[in-house]
Structures are given as structure tokens and as C-alpha cells.
Design a protein around this ligand. Structure first.
Ligand SMILES: [Zn+2]
Length: 187
């Protein structure tokens, strides 16, 4: 199924509970002994004003995950695509794209997409957006955001980071503005 949300007007609207869930899976990957990236799918729909509203996130455990990436064999990737189509049908939402985490230290260089990330996004014709969630530990409060990014933190824990949403622009992948929304019925 070709995504019906490929063409939208920024900012991308992120339903907060869906994003809280993917931040938890990013933290879970941060807590394993050698750290692992999290990976999963985003689902949503277009509002009447052509905003892309991300309403659900679903972690996906397939592939091989390491500290620096999630790799799929062609067979594993075919399975992932079947799975996200099933989920979209079950949720009655459109597949919007993928999310993954960077489990870095407090270094800004871990806050951007890698060349492999960009290739995966550009090769995946159903993807409208990619959400990158960086996770680190800090005790000095929420990190100051980069441009077109949102800070996040899990209350009463040291876990915090940056969320950045990317979209395709011709043959490149660029950050786009995004913001949290707390009620799905505002659209
Ligand atoms: Zn990455």
C-alpha cells in the first residue's frame, strides 16, 4: 500500500503518548549492557489542513540491533514491510515512516542521521518521515535543542534527549519542524 501521507504541510504533529512510548523503547535500548538502537514504525493520518499527525508508534524487534545501527537482511526487511502493512490495517491508520534511536553520549554528532540512515529512508518509497530519537543521561535538565528539534525527558529519571523529524526533499533527507500535541481529537 502506498502511503497516503507522503505529501503534508509542516509542522509534523506528534501525539505525545505515542512519542512517550518510543522514548521508553529508546531508553530500554540504552539500558542493555552494550546499548542497542531502538527501531519501529509510525502511523498516523493527514488532518484537514494537510498536517501529518503521528498517532501511534509500534516498536519492531526484527533485524540485528547494535549500539550503532539496526541491520536487516533482505528477508528480514521484507518481513518488516509485511508487518507494518498489517499494523496499518489493524490500526486503521496510514504508515507514516520509521523511528530509530541513537544511544549516544552527550555529543551532538550522534544527533544526526548517518549515511546508512539516509540511504534506507531514500530507498523506502512508502516512508513520509523518519523520527530520530537521541537518548542520553543527564542531570542538568533538558538539553538545549538543535534547530527543528524537540527536547524530551522522562520525569524522575536521568533520561533525556532530542527528537528530530526528517522528510525527503528530492534526493536528500532534511529536518522538518515538528511539535507535540496532547489530544488526538484536535484535528
Ligand atoms: Zn541512525
Amino acid at each position: 500500500m502506498r502511503s497516503s501521507v507522503r505529501f503534508f504541510k509542516p509542522p509534523v504533529l506528534l501525539y505525545k503518548p505515542a512519542i512517550d512510548e518510543l522514548c521508553v523503547s529508546a531508553v530500554n535500548g540504552y539500558e542493555v549492557p552494550y546499548k542497542e538502537e531502538a527501531f519501529g514504525f509510525l502511523f498516523g493520518r493527514l488532518s484537514s489542513e494537510e498536517r501529518l499527525v503521528v498517532l501511534r508508534s509500534v516498536a519492531y524487534g526484527g533485524g540485528t540491533r547494535t549500539r550503532t545501527g539496526v541491520d536487516f537482511t533482505p528477508g528480514q526487511w521484507a518481513h518488516a514491510i509485511r508487518r507494518r502493512r498489517e499494523l496499518a490495517a489493524t490500526l486503521r491508520l496510514s504508515f507514516a515512516g520509521c523511528f530509530h534511536s541513537h544511544v549516544g553520549e552527550r555529543y551532538k554528532r550522534s544527533w544526526g542521521l548517518s549515511p546508512d540512515d539516509r540511504d534506507r529512508i531514500l530507498d523506502d518509497e512508502d516512508v513520509a518521515i523518519e523520527l530520530l530519537v537521541s537518548v542520553c543521561e543527564g542531570r542538568k535538565g533538558v538539553l538545549s535543542p538543535l534547530s527543528k528539534s524537540i527536547s524530551w525527558a522522562i520525569p524522575n529519571t536521568p533520561y533525556q534527549g532530542i527528537i528530530r523529524v526528517y522528510a525527503k526533499h528530492y534526493r536528500s533527507v532534511v529536518p522538518v519542524p515538528s511539535e507535540f500535541v496532547t489530544h488526538p481529537a484536535v484535528f
